[in-house]
Design a protein. Structure first.
Length: 331
């Protein structure tokens, strides 16, 4: 769709995905210097597709509290796996079409003790864990790739020890192989939630608890990124970790469409009874009330793969293009 234009294509601000349009230039932000110039052999030990499946946000003010939780329904493990496999195949195909040799992972592990050591400590996929403030995510990988994380990953949380030696093992493996190691994560979310923590007169907290929520399918910024560990990078101090170059998605890519079938209030009677007890206590002490709400967001898997999957493919293509640009760059 050559004439398509993105809406609000400005780093840091949400952009609306248009089917068939490539990711606008300038939405990938580099962190760290690049060191993959003219390295035309790569290994991909890390390719993750992250699906946020639960989100909970709370606001508490004296005797007032509000808690809202959302759960995603409708995507099966097979749906998630199909998306991950397709994105990986597209990524590898783009590299190969530009003359970049992708070394099979089994061959790379056989030739690199450090890569073998790193992956031996990884976890099998799919992997579910707490990610960020009140969210739970399922991580899916293609081709049986295991899961590990970096020290600086915002998703680490309870997964801090999975791959904690990556910053040492990755550059060592790159040197052993004479190749660049590449990693990709594409993260997709289904709801945006913010709690209001405003203070009133003289800095006194308000008794009003607020949580703003909006069901919105989007490819998440920051979590979505490409990393590159070239064979020439050296630590500034001997024995210190070597963080790879990162290209992070700087803006959320919002996906208009009809993949959401319903948003249903699933608050239980027990939650409502608990709120009622809290409201009585709040009234006695002059505070606000308690409110708990739970929702289930049901998506149509076929529409999700078409609409959200299209945006994920656009981001995947942009990440592959950036990897090629880094490799093609003059020394």
């Amino acid at each position: 769709m050559g004439g398509s234009q993105w809406v609000n294509a400005k780093p840091g601000e949400p952009v609306a995905y248009i089917a068939g349009a490539p990711l606008p230039a300038g939405l990938l932000k580099r962190i760290g210097r690049d060191d993959a110039s003219q390295v035309r052999k790569v290994v991909i030990p890390y390719f993750q597709v992250q699906f946020v499946t639960e989100s909970k946000k709370s606001s508490n003010r004296a005797w007032a509290s509000l808690s809202q939780s959302y759960a995603l329904q409708g995507l099966s493990p097979a749906d998630m796996q199909a998306i991950a496999d397709s994105l990986y195949d597209d990524f590898v195909g783009t590299l190969a079409a530009r003359g970049v040799t992708v070394i099979p992972l089994d061959a790379a592990k056989a030739a690199s003790p450090n890569l073998a050591k790193l992956l031996a400590k990884a976890q099998p996929a799919p992997f579910e864990g707490k990610t960020g403030d009140g969210t739970t995510s399922t991580f899916v990988t293609p081709k049986g790739l295991p899961i590990y994380f970096h020290i600086s990953d915002p998703e680490r949380g309870s997964m801090a020890n999975i791959g904690s030696r990556a910053y040492w093992d990755q550059p060592a493996a790159a040197k052993e192989l004479g190749a660049a190691l590449l990693g990709v994560r594409i993260a997709v979310n289904f709801v945006e939630q913010k709690s209001s923590d405003k203070r009133g007169l003289l800095g006194i907290r308000s008794s009003t608890a607020k949580v703003q929520s909006q069901v919105t399918m989007s490819v998440e910024p920051i979590s979505t990124h490409l990393w590159i560990a070239g064979p020439t990078r050296q630590a500034g101090i001997v024995g210190q970790p070597v963080e790879p170059t990162r290209y992070i998605l700087a803006s959320p890519v919002v996906v208009p469409g009809d993949s959401v079938l319903s948003v249903d209030d699933t608050t239980t009677r027990g939650q409502k009874r608990s709120d009622a007890i809290g409201n009585i206590a709040g009234a006695l002490f002059g505070g606000g009330g308690n409110k708990t709400r739970s929702y289930v967001v049901t998506v149509d898997p076929a529409r999700f793969r078409a609409d959200v999957g299209g945006a994920m493919r656009a981001v995947d293509t942009a990440l592959a293009a950036q990897a090629i640009a880094s490799i093609d760059a003059a020394k």
